[in-house]
Write a protein that binds this ligand. Sequence first.
Ligand SMILES: [Zn+2]
Length: 699
Amino acid sequence: MYSIEEQQKFNALTQKLLGKSVYLALPEFIQDLRNTINYHDWRYYVLSEPVITDYDYDKLFAVLKRIESANPSLQTPDSPTQRVARGLTSEFESVQHLAAMLSLENSYNQGDLNDFDRKTKELTNTEHTEYCVEPKFDGSSIALVYENDLLVRAATRGDGTAGDDITNNAKALPSIPLRAPFSKYGIHKIEIRGEVIIQRSVFEKMNEERKRKGEKVFQNARNTASGSLRTKDPNESRARNLEAILYHISFAEDAGGNNLLKEKLVSHFHCIEILYNCGFKTPIHEMRVCQNIDDVHLFIQTWDSKRHIFNIDTDGMVVKVNSLQQQQQCGSTTHHPRWAIAYKFAAKQAHSKLLKVEFQVGRTGAVTPVAKIEPVPLAGVTISSISLHNEDFISEKDIKINDTVIVERAGEVIPYIVGVVETLRTGAEYPVDFPRQCPSCNSPLIKPDEEAVWRCDNADCPAQTEERVIHYVSKDAMDIDGCGRETVIEFIQRGYIKTIEDLYRLPYEQILGLEGWKEKSVNNLKAGIEDSKNRPLWRLLNALGIRHVGVTTSKDISNHIHSIFDLAKMSVDDLTNIEGIGPKVAQSIVGFFHNSGNTHLLEELHALGVNTINRAEDARSKNNKLEGKTFLFTGSLQQFTRDRAKQLVEENGGKLLSGVSANLNYLVVGEDAGSKLAKAQKIPSIIVLSEDDFLNMIA
Ligand SMILES: [Zn+2]
């Protein structure tokens, strides 16, 4: 979208804007700021090649936000600040598409493609037809309308003629430009189609985080994308890392109302180039123009294997007649266009028999049913065990023991039971009996109203202890070398470990006598455990396995406390004051410390020499956001004390100065700032920050 010259211009402008100490509310300046932020959004979200740090980006954004909120008359509809939507959508309005969104007919083999090719040539009365072939993204369809270069509407597919108006949610997706230079191509009003997706790696990360918090994992990326796109809270669309890929122009008019699809635009590839040049994410790098149907088939075959390593789910390819004139000659039926066809890859499904269902108790006490099936090979791995999630899942799919089940690898990774083959039932099937007692400790299970899972509430439940210790030693928690899952299970079975603190009291003499343990492995274990006494505070917090508290939350919290024992004294209100901590997490933490067994555990760990405080060197070693920068605080600070401010600067690798001089980089200003501010304003290199700006800097 941006030429090399433009990119150079914006890179230079960025440096200029970042170097400013005073920002004036002038229209030209604000426009520069907006254009620069839009340029960096494009680099980050479309090219994935950012050229500035998140910190510098956030700074530009904060300045724009501040000026706009102080001067609402200077705000424009395409300002990047407008992506952060306010309020919730109560109901989606239904809107008519400018051109009907038809579905594609499917093909499965070369014979089907040859038929398609023959029909196309008949309809267009030609010997030669060029095809565009591109991956079929497995996401949620979207239609965007731009008028005068501005995004005016976004809608879901709906029934094909009308969909839900999701403009606010679409604005929250940074890969959708709020302004796109279509007028450069003489286009006044345009409707474009695409797919909203979640990249596979992002989806997996989301699920890992949910698992860690004890939340229900998402089934597959497509459903998650479509659910997120229709969420009533637009900020959640953003939070879930949705991306839009645009691949079709369905309507284009100039200012005089002329249909440009019949006049100026010549081919599908040409349309994709325009979208690409207007700053959209497109399949331009994944597609190919093929001169005949044999080439089409060859290209599709290369994708049948490539798609497994591609970061976006695809369930096939789309073959389109390239020439728009020929597309019009082909026309459409009431259901499908005749100029395009989908090619479906062979589904990665298999049949197997459900032998039994086992129930596993997780570290937070959640009881998960796991299907044990006759081992079956599927997409390169043998599957014998599949999660059934919860009781509702089993009853919705009417899954019975001895049923023939259809197994699929959703998103090509996690095996999943699609359903049962009812016609193969013999009468030997019987329902899954869901236990009401914990399979490990026999305590009665409980199920809170708002949740789908049954839980064991017994703090001494052996299955939970096992999972808790395994979590404690894991990579994201205390990261104990030489002590994995198998070791923990063995030590629990031998009675060496009854609670977490027993890890620090292992009988090494006895272990040395066990089968499979040599002096070297015992020494490794000992060193790993000794080493874990010296971990940063957030690791200990995460290792405790408090429900809803994962790595990110642990880091957020540990930045705000001095010692783990501070947490025990904090109320729900105190905790929700910490950015990123919601009431659910806060309640869970308060509940954890309410349990005397847990506080006892922490006291024991402390007595055994495990680090329980937030040390400055931990913060510095992993966080050097302020390295080489100097700070001074002035005025009456509202959000933190002077001491805390000093600590924050030092923890993040910055330095504190005692007075205003040319050596000062940042002056952080509280209320009623006086002479220091006046003095700083005379030195152009000093950047004046509000308390919020400062907190954003280290967030
Ligand atoms: Zn139990």
